[in-house]
Ligand binder design. Structure first.
Ligand code: SF4
Length: 90
């Protein structure tokens, strides 16, 4: 493995332990998901995050890298946008 590739693998090592690994669709909304379904998916995803052993690393990644979409580290898109002082676009 090249050094750059090794750095990428190391940078994402925490993700191996995420509770979302087997249910990635729960963590992202489709464009045509109705608002009620979006809210229910976000609530269910956040419950999984609460039990996740890498929630701190995940949240730090999402906030630090300005992840725009999905639930990361127990935070919804809207919550991360508010934290960053941005208006929600999606
Ligand atoms: S905190 Fe949530 S989004 Fe992050 S790895 Fe864990 S389950 Fe997945």
């Amino acid at each position: 493995m090249t050094t750059a590739a090794a750095r990428i693998v190391e940078r994402w090592a925490w993700a191996e332990y995420g509770r979302c690994r087997d249910v990635p669709d729960l963590f992202y909304n489709a464009d045509d998901d109705p608002k009620g379904l979006r809210r229910r998916k976000e609530a269910a995803a956040k419950k999984l995050c609460e039990q996740c052993p890498v929630i701190q690393q995940c949240r730090a990644h999402a906030v630090g890298n300005r992840e725009l979409y999905g639930v990361w580290g127990g935070m919804t898109e809207a919550e991360r946008h508010r934290l960053a002082g941005r208006a929600r676009t999606g």
